[in-house]
Design a binder for this molecule. Structure first.
Ligand SMILES: NC(=O)c1ccc[n+]([C@@H]2O[C@H](COP(=O)([O-])OP(=O)(O)OC[C@H]3O[C@@H](n4cnc5c(N)ncnc54)[C@H](O)[C@@H]3O)[C@@H](O)[C@H]2O)c1
Length: 369
């Protein structure tokens, strides 16, 4: 039986991980530590907390005293660090907050684990798993092979630079202090509970409310999309089977331009409105309810500065050594995701708060050509 501290467990991937873990490892202890920033939502894990499947603690990973208390009183043997500032556009507006959480916060968490796990009565089997991103590797040209675990880091945004710095600290704590750690560098995730500032939920909700679908530049930026349930399963395999000190790239082996993915979402939303006439009553402002194709809402806007052109992840190592293969293909995963947002209107209405709406208006007023 493991005793996990899941940081950032009220965010998109962390919440999905808690649902996954509570289902697949029901006898394990789950403790969530989350600062509940604009991106963290108790609603995403409320059923787990109410059912006694996890304990929620409101706090900051940078608060060493709080983390130490939790590690000791809960006898935590596994830390999975999802907590981060995660949106590239926000990192361009306010890089300092990214360094504070993603670098200094991660170091405080590492230090608390190092100290707590050195004590004679510490749990005998211990693991610090750090969740990172493929964005640390920078951008690929069209012909280049995908990122491997040996690709040199070349981050291009303040977000990616802060994640790269955290990865280096995790490595240093492993090499210097022998902290048993692993790192996963994952491609773009999508699925339930994703905050609507990110491309896919942003577009789904904009379609339902008849707003423009902003396409950065020519929309031909290529991303490797992975359904969040596959990411959670990959982390599970790493926790079970990886030796400490290893890093793992995790991708979905898709390579689709953003504009094509948005087009697929448009077609899925239009098909849902055709199959379910009641949707037009629920979302009267949508293009579909007004007899138009959702694709008519697409609008090119000024590209993000330093926008990486192409990411592609070589998942060969995790496929060969841990037998991981992404189970959800993009078409099926996008269809499930559209269905989830249609079925969970109360969730997205509750999380898309006033702060988010102001940020959104500012962001796209500035970006529009
Ligand atoms: N979303 C993706 O496509 C993707 C891909 C690869 C890697 N990642 C990484 O996975 C992790 C989770 O990403 P996400 O998309 O779920 O992010 P998210 O922004 O949805 O959630 C982040 C969570 O961390 C919490 N948090 C922020 N600062 C904190 C702090 N100082 N202390 C405690 N909690 C804090 C927030 O409240 C929120 O619940 C991040 O580390 C991110 O870099 C994300």
């Amino acid at each position: 039986m493991k005793r996990l501290l899941v940081t950032g467990g009220a965010g998109f991937i962390g919440a999905n991980f808690c649902h996954y873990w509570a289902t697949t490892h029901a006898s394990d202890r789950l403790v969530v530590l989350d600062a509940l920033t604009y991106a963290g939502h108790l609603a995403s894990i409320a059923t787990l907390e109410a059912g006694g499947a996890l304990r929620f603690v409101h706090g900051d990973i940078g608060d060493g005293a709080l983390v130490t208390t939790l590690l000791e009183e809960e006898r935590i043997d596994t830390i999975v660090n999802f907590a981060a500032e995660s949106h590239v556009d926000r990192s361009i507006e306010d890089p300092a907050s990214f360094l504070k959480t993603n670098v200094l916060g991660c170091q405080a968490l590492l230090e608390a684990a190092r100290v707590a796990w050195q004590k004679p009565d510490a749990p005998s089997s211990r693991r610090f798993h750090h969740v990172s991103t493929d964005e640390v590797y920078g951008s690929l040209s069209p012909a280049e092979a995908g990122f491997t675990e040996r690709t040199p880091y070349a981050p291009n945004s303040p977000y990616a630079a802060s994640k790269a710095a955290a990865d280096h600290l995790v490595r240093a704590y492993s090499s210097t202090y022998g902290l048993p750690s692993t790192i996963s560098n994952c491609s773009n995730n999508y699925g339930p509970y994703q905050f609507p500032e990110k491309l896919l939920p942003l577009c789904i909700l904009n379609m339902l409310e008849g707003r423009v679908l902003p396409i950065y530049g020519d929309g031909l930026q290529i991303r490797d999309w992975l359904h969040v349930s596959d990411h959670c399963r990959a982390i599970d395999l790493i926790l079970q089977d990886s030796a400490p000190g290893e890093t793992w790239n995790v991708g979905g082996s898709t390579q689709d331009p953003n504009i094509a993915v948005v087009g697929m979402l448009c077609d899925l939303v239009d098909a849902a409105f055709t199959a379910q006439p009641g949707l037009a009553m629920r979302f009267p402002g949508s293009a579909a309810a007004r007899g138009k194709a959702s694709r008519s809402l697409m609008q090119h806007v000024r590209d993000r500065p330093g926008h990486d052109r192409r990411y592609a992840v070589d998942s060969g190592k995790i496929r060969q050594r841990l037998k991981f293969v992404a189970a959800t293909d993009l078409a099926a995963g996008l269809a499930q995701t559209v269905r989830w947002y249609l079925d969970n209107e109360s969730w997205w209405r509750s999380v898309a708060s006033g702060e988010y709406r102001q940020w959104y208006a500012r962001q796209y007023a500035a970006a529009r050509k």
